[in-house]
Structures are given as structure tokens and as C-alpha cells.
Write a protein that binds this ligand. Structure first.
Ligand code: DGL
Length: 271
């Protein structure tokens, strides 16, 4: 036996649990996997219950508890709520209930306000995120010196869930939601839902090259790395970490949608 071999049962070598209302959080998972390639990742797509955007905070919190219990039972050493809507609804309750590092996410109002040249920013997000107290707090803290134009994108999460990233229907919906932001003169647009980076190309086609699109996935991965380091929970395994997907989607093409968004073949278990 090699006495110097890393011990897989050690707390720091246990997996990181990542979840979203569906497949959107895979946009965050990609950043995590790129920044922390030795970490083992478990991803739960709660697609049967997507979208979260029109659910009450209590309903969303109940879903988050169920998923957190599942991931912790699988040995998770930390959780990433890869969903702006779930973070707004449930992050405080999650942190109160579970004693492990929990990383959430919020629309990138602060970076957008700093990046905007004309002081007008647009925020695309779900109804749930936009009407949350968390978002009101974000505007209070970082939106005071800029004009913030918000737009709820009802139906767009469902397009991504179906794997329809550039169909006529999806592009029509995107145009409908982007047009008011452009009319108000926004030069910077926040992708305030983790499903939206998957339609960034379709958004780019409509807005052209001069508008900045801001997504929070990379910042979440960095924050996760910082918190794992502080808690001495970074993996010391020196091989490529495994990535496992779990989905409760009733759709027949659920596995294909995940593989398409992940960009390669994926280990998918149906729940
Ligand atoms: N990906 C989720 C988010 O970031 C979408 C929420 C939904 O299912 O409506 O907000």
C-alpha cells in the first residue's frame, strides 16, 4: 500500500453537491469543473419541478431541503445552489439547517454597474428573483448610481429545459425580452438566471457586439474555491474528478439535453 496516496474517505476528498431547478446550473458546473478539476462533482437537476421562478419561497425551500438531504446522504462536503431563484428564496434557511459550506448566487448587478459606460444596465431574471427581498437589497447596495431596467423572462427556462437553444420560438421569446432593455439604452445586460448563458449566442445575435453580457458562473466557482480553502476542504486527489448527474426530468430526451449542455458524454442517473 502506498502510504502517501490521498485518502478518498477524508472529508476534503468527498464530493461537492451542485443543484438547480433544472439543467441551467450546468452553466455554473462547467466553471467549477474547469477551476477545480480534481474535485468530484454531483449535480442534481430538479427538472420535474422546474421552473422555480413562479413558485413560492416556501415551495422552493422545501425542494432545496430535499435535494440538500439527497446530496449530503451521498457524502457532499459543500453545496452550491447554482440557481439565482433558489438562492433568493432559500439560502438563509439552508445555511441555518445545514452545517457545511453553502455557496449561493445572485444576479451580477455590482459588476454590471461597474462595467456599464452609460450607467444603464439591464437584468434578465425570473419573476421569483426579481421580486425577492434579496434582489431589492442588491439594488439598494449596488444599483443606486445606475439606471436598472429589469425584465422577467417567463418561458425561457422551459426552452432551455427542452434543449431548444436556438429555435425560432426561443429566439422570438428572447427578442421580446431584450427589446425593452435596448429601447431603454442598456449597454450591459446581466444574465440573472443560470439557464440564460446557454442562450447567450442567441442573445448576442440580437444585441450585437457592443453590449456586454454578464454571467456569474466564474465568480461562483472562485467563491467556492475560496470557501473550500478556508475550510481546508480542497481535494488533494491528483486525478481528474468524476462528474455525476442526477435528474428527475420526465422528458424522454433528458439525458441528451444534459449531454448537449455539458458538451460531452455524461454519467446521468434518473431519480
Ligand atoms: N436557473 C434558475 C435561476 O438561476 C432558474 C429558475 C427557474 O427554474 O425558474 O434562477
Amino acid at each position: 500500500m502506498n502510504v502517501n496516496a490521498p485518502d478518498e474517505s477524508q472529508a476534503n476528498n468527498r464530493p461537492i453537491g451542485v443543484f438547480d431547478s433544472g439543467v441551467g446550473g450546468i452553466s455554473v458546473l462547467k466553471h467549477i469543473h474547469a477551476l477545480l478539476p480534481h474535485e468530484q462533482l454531483l449535480y442534481v437537476a430538479d427538472s420535474k419541478y422546474a421552473p422555480y421562478g413562479n413558485k413560492t419561497p416556501a415551495e422552493i425551500t422545501a425542494r432545496c431541503f430535499e435535494i440538500a438531504d439527497f446530496l449530503i446522504a451521498k457524502g457532499a462536503k459543500a453545496l452550491v445552489v447554482a440557481c439565482n431563484t433558489a438562492t433568493a428564496a432559500a439560502i438563509d434557511e439552508l445555511r441555518e439547517k445545514y452545517a457545511l459550506p453553502i455557496i449561493g448566487m445572485e444576479p451580477a448587478v455590482k459588476p454590471a454597474a461597474e462595467a456599464s459606460k452609460n450607467g444603464i444596465i439591464g437584468v434578465l431574471a425570473t419573476v421569483g428573483t426579481l421580486k425577492s427581498a434579496q434582489f431589492a437589497g442588491l439594488l439598494e447596495s449596488y444599483g443606486r448610481n445606475v439606471e436598472v431596467v429589469t425584465q422577467a423572462c417567463v418561458g425561457l427556462v422551459e426552452c432551455v429545459e427542452r434543449g431548444e437553444l436556438d429555435t425560432v420560438n426561443t429566439k422570438t421569446l428572447i427578442r421580446l425580452y431584450i427589446t425593452p432593455l435596448l429601447a431603454e439604452g442598456a449597454d450591459t445586460i446581466v444574465l440573472g438566471c443560470t439557464h440564460y448563458p446557454f442562450v447567450a449566442d442567441a442573445i448576442r445575435e440580437i444585441v450585437g457586439e457592443n453590449i456586454s453580457l454578464i454571467d456569474t458562473g466564474a465568480a461562483v466557482a472562485k467563491q467556492l474555491k475560496r470557501q473550500l480553502a478556508e475550510s481546508e476542504l480542497l481535494s488533494n486527489l491528483n486525478r481528474q474528478g468524476s462528474v455525476k448527474f442526477f435528474t428527475n426530468s420526465p422528458a424522454e430526451n433528458a439525458e441528451n439535453v444534459i449531454e448537449n449542455l455539458w458538451g460531452k458524454s455524461a454519467d446521468v442517473t434518473n431519480l
